[in-house]
Design a protein around this ligand. Sequence first.
Ligand code: CMP
Length: 140
Amino acid sequence: MATERTFSIIKPDATKRNLTGAVNAVIEEAGLRIVAQKRILMTRAQAETFYAVHSERPFFGELVDFMISAPVVVQVLEGENAIAKYREVMGATNPANAAEGTIRKKFALSVGENTVHGSDSAENAQIEIAQFFAGNDIVG
Ligand code: CMP
């Protein structure tokens, strides 16, 4: 298996509840390394660009409003098979369907306020990382 990098967001529902460290502990316990991280308040334009693939969905407006409602922590995670591994660690998008021990099972409030985002493919991981980090911001 190859060492990969994936992009993660700790979402406003988690930063508001002071859960950044608790989420990071689950990430690190799973063997993923946080190789870049910053806390930002996303602009509406950044959130709309990030979620452009969902722009036709009925929840798009709600999703963008939520993502700019409080700070988020954007991260690059590194490890063996990191993209699939992080999706496993996050759990299902809807916390009602998330497996025991996953971040969303532990912390998420609803399908919208679901605590974390993780890239769904290698191609999207590259695009998403590049939206928020320059190459020399990432130290493995
Ligand atoms: P994420 O992995 O960040 O990618 C798209 C996000 O859209 C997803 O997590 C959810 O937070 C959000 N989402 C998906 N379905 C719904 C829904 N039915 N209502 C509100 N938000 C949703």
